[in-house]
Ligand binder design. Structure first.
Ligand code: UDP
Length: 474
């Protein structure tokens, strides 16, 4: 049973951007806060709440606000820019009303934890005299690049062969986020990531969904020169990390049709695939691969000769090369529109994750010790892929040709290099061992006394102390 509100040390209202990769970490972080004695209310957009098959964990109270697109969400809007403008206008009003409602209900809100993609929430928080806590869902490396762009410290368009940003290794231009490197490709998305930093200096706390050990250099630089940020990740369910939160074994919110675990596990069992022999392929919830890339990937996987599980969202399935797919025996390939990725990655049979390098996928692979083949598409993914290969050394990058497509031989080469690498020599062996090492570290940071666990404790203590002393600066 939920404890009485009087026992809660403070009440936080959590507002993620309405995307799977944003709701997951912020909901998971909310569960951690509840486990530390706070009350957490998660505000989802009406559209997301309606499309959710399952209700989030009972320890979190769910509320909704309108983004002005209650029926179809972002997909219904004319453009991303139109959506964001509408969300800010309608959302600001809705959020203010929600805060008022909660304040009147006897469970007043003390702080708003808001997604960096929604910087306007800080204005609402300040107007209502609440603490404003920004939560960044990209790596600190990417945040630092975007911060430098926003402040004019990294002039665009990029010039020269090397991009230097403090705390980061030298980057090739193509290793920076795509909006920075290919200026003008997605102007609305560029605004979204860059505007995260317009008012960050006024936030009461800065939280990042990463962990200290993973990004020491850049975190030390940012903490010393920008703001006292706290890393609070990884935000996987506790079952996959420290196992301290009872019943925290899934993300709870699924914007796509979930596939029952049994589909994948039955397939793996039926075909008795040996440990670390199967390739898992997924490009997340948004990537929009060209049909030619689907064809090259399919051929490359077939050439590599390892069984594979490939997640292809239903809206993308028409791009699969039908003839080739039909010719692959069912024990060699399982195509699904969506799955429980954590359960799949946790399986002993999985030896490699071919990923678009969305941050959640990368962190999940790290936490579960699965080496990667990186095939970044856009946004922060090229930078994440750089770190996967050269900094964390947990995967190899598949190189695209001049047209931007990764060819079948390159897919074959990378998959062969990574799968079964533990037994062989060279790069495959190195990435397999690093993956195992990073998995141990990732689990340790969330265990009692680990770096993120300590940061969460400190955040809770500081928040409660500011709430008790009434030091909220409008
Ligand atoms: N995911 C999932 N099932 C799938 C594919 C993805 O549950 O079949 C989850 C995955 O575990 C991750 C999220 O969806 O938490 C995708 O986030 P990521 O940052 O990797 O990519 P995005 O979708 O934001 O591009």
């Amino acid at each position: 049973m939920e404890p009485s509100s009087k026992l809660h040390r403070a009440h936080v209202l959590v507002l993620p951007f309405p995307g799977q990769g944003h709701i997951n970490p912020m909901l998971q972080f909310s569960k951690r806060l509840v486990s530390k004695g706070l009350k957490a209310t998660l505000a989802l957009t009406v559209h997301v709440a309606k499309s959710m098959p399952a209700h989030p964990s009972s320890s979190i109270t769910l509320e909704t606000i309108s983004d002005g697109h209650d029926l179809g969400g972002l997909a219904e809007a004319e453009s991303i820019q139109a959506y964001l403008t509408c969300f800010q206008a309608v959302g600001s009003r809705g959020l203010a009303e929600l805060i008022h409602k909660l304040d009147c209900s006897g469970r007043p809100v003390d702080a708003i934890i808001y997604d960096g993609f929604l910087p306007w929430v800080l204005d609402v928080a300040k107007q209502r005299e609440k603490l404003g806590v920004v939560f960044f869902t990209q790596t600190c490396a990417v945040n630092n690049i975007n911060y430098h762009v926003q402040r004019g410290l990294l002039p665009l368009p990029l010039s020269g062969d090397v991009v230097e940003v403090p705390g980061l290794p030298p980057l090739e231009p193509l290793e920076t986020p795509s909006f920075v490197c290919k200026l003008g490709t997605y102007p609305a998305s560029y605004d979204l990531v860059i505007n995260q930093f317009v008012n960050v200096d006024e936030a009461d706390f800065v939280l990042c969904d990463t962990f200290y050990e993973l990004e020491k250099e850049v975190i030390d630089w940012m903490s010393a020169n920008l703001w006292p940020l706290k890393t609070v990740g990884p935000t996987l369910p506790s079952l996959y990390l420290d196992k301290r939160l009872p019943n925290d074994n899934a993300y709870d919110v699924n914007l796509f049709t979930p596939i029952t675990t049994s589909t994948v596990s039955a397939w793996l069992r039926r075909h008795r695939h040996p440990p670390r022999s199967v390739v898992y392929v997924s490009f997340g919830s948004m990537a929009d691969l060209h049909a030619s890339q689907f064809a090259e990937l399919a051929h490359g996987l077939a050439l590599a000769g390892h069984p594979f599980i490939w997640i292809v969202r239903s809206t993308e399935q028409h791009k699969l090369p039908r003839d080739l797919m039909d010719s692959i025996p069912s024990e060699e390939a399982l195509i699904l529109p969506w799955c429980n990725q954590l359960e799949v990655l946790e399986s002993d049979a999985i030896g490699c994750f071919v990923t678009h390098c969305g941050l959640n996928s990368v962190i999940e692979a790290i936490c579960l010790g699965v080496p990667m083949v990186a095939m970044p598409q856009w946004t922060d993914q090229p930078t994440n892929a750089k770190f996967v290969e050269d900094v964390w050394r947990v995967g190899v990058r598949a190189r695209a040709d001049e047209s931007g497509v990764v060819g079948r031989e390159e897919v074959e080469r990378c998959v062969r290099e990574v799968v079964g690498g533990g037994g062989g020599g060279g790069r495959g062996r190195e990435v397999t061992e690093s993956a195992r090492m990073w998995m141990e570290t990732a689990k340790a940071v969330m265990a009692e006394g680990g770096s993120s666990d300590r940061n969460i404790d400190e955040f809770v203590e500081e928040l409660v102390s500011r709430v008790s002393s009434g030091s909220v600066t409008p």
